[in-house]
Design a protein around this ligand. Structure first.
Ligand code: TXA
Ligand code: MG
Length: 316
């Protein structure tokens, strides 16, 4: 059920319900961080393993400070520069942050979303919100209230329009003086490095399976997906399949074999591509395709995040 009534959503959350929450990245499935039962319901509803911790959403830097022991200097600089925004920081948690939220880890993931309605709601509430992306485990993240409602028709979703970023937040942790990238996201590595210098990339380390979006398979449509610089070459290799092609900035060649062509970013803007990616993948998976072939994007800026998501979506 979709609503625009913020007070109603505030009441739902206060009595322990989980709700669909708009943010600028993707929609979240949100609950009171201090309500153990509501947190448990998030995991059940998403069919997500309890070992995979949740991101906490707060309305201000001061609220974030109340939940953590300290901000390392680089974390403080990044928070002050990018918040509200699509950057999640992993910081040492205070004792009152529930183990259920952090999956018993000593650190908590926090961000201030850059979305006027989410901020309005967070400011009204007496507690922060834990919110993973509002998709069943391993499915495509939703970028509209309609898409949340498609996945979870029984919960109330606050409509905040289409997400302006369209990709999940970038996740960083801190080790001594180092900044460590755990998940590519809506803020590019180059934008972060402009603030704090070189950062370490741990996005493909496999030793801790429950770390951010690092499960190899993730973000998947229900049909097969291939990402390639040569969609037409791939097309020539597949037989008798209902195929869709998702192009970067133009349809390079029309083919009778293709059921549908979509273009991510007619202006070649990577931001535009990011905004459309999950929306178009969701639309295409609903068409009953056997296969989506996606043209690989330039491997720079947000292109890296998009390619990362596509590679994970292509794992069977
Ligand atoms: O943009 C976003 O980040 C969205 C919106 C709703 O804020 N949220 C989101 O949440 O993408 P989720 O749960 O789908 O992905 C969060 C990732 C998970 O892979 C989780 O493992 C990681 O963050 N994470 C959360 N807390 C952590 C912690 N304490 N230590 C390490 N990783 C953590
Ligand atoms: Mg997710």
């Amino acid at each position: 059920m979709i609503t625009t009534d913020i007070e109603f959503i505030q009441e739902c959350l206060t009595r322990g319900e989980i709700v669909g929450l708009p943010t600028e990245t993707v929609y979240g499935l949100a609950a009171n961080i201090f309500d153990e039962q509501a947190i448990a319901r998030i995991f059940q509803t998403k069919n997500r393993p309890n070992s995979n911790p949740l991101i906490v959403h707060v309305p201000s830097y001061e609220h974030a400070r109340d939940l953590v022991k300290f901000f390392p200097p680089k974390a403080e600089h990044l928070a002050k520069y990018f918040w509200p925004g699509s950057l999640t920081l992993i910081l040492p948690k205070q004792a009152h942050v529930l183990d259920a939220v952090t999956a018993s880890q000593p650190r908590v993931a926090i961000r201030i979303p850059n979305h006027p309605i989410a901020l309005q709601l967070l400011e009204k509430l007496a507690f922060p919100l834990a919110a993973p992306s509002a998709n069943p485990y391993n499915r495509i993240s939703p970028t509209s209230a309609q898409q949340v409602d498609f996945y979870f028709p029984d919960i109330h979703t606050l409509d905040g329009g289409e997400c302006t970023a369209g990709l999940e937040s970038t996740i960083l942790s801190f080790e001594e003086d180092e900044v460590v990238l755990l998940r590519h996201g809506a803020i590019s590595v180059s934008d972060i490095e402009r603030q704090v210098g070189r950062i370490l990339n741990r996005t493909s380390h496999s030793e801790s399976p429950n770390s951010p979006g690092r499960n190899k398979k993730h973000y998947s449509p229900i049909c097969d997906l291939i990402v390639t610089y040569e969609p037409l070459f791939m097309l020539s290799a597949v037989q008798e399949k209902k195929v869709g092609i998702l192009w970067y900035d133009e349809v390079k060649i029309e083919s009778q074999k293709v059921h549908i062509n979509r273009v991510l970013a007619p202006t070649s803007s990577l931001q535009e591509a990011a905004r459309n990616l999950f929306k178009y993948l969701h639309q295409m998976e609903q068409m009953g395709l056997d296969l989506i072939i996606v043209e690989r994007l330039p491997d720079q800026g947000l292109g890296r995040t998009i390619n990362d998501r596509l590679e994970r979506a292509s794992v069977k």
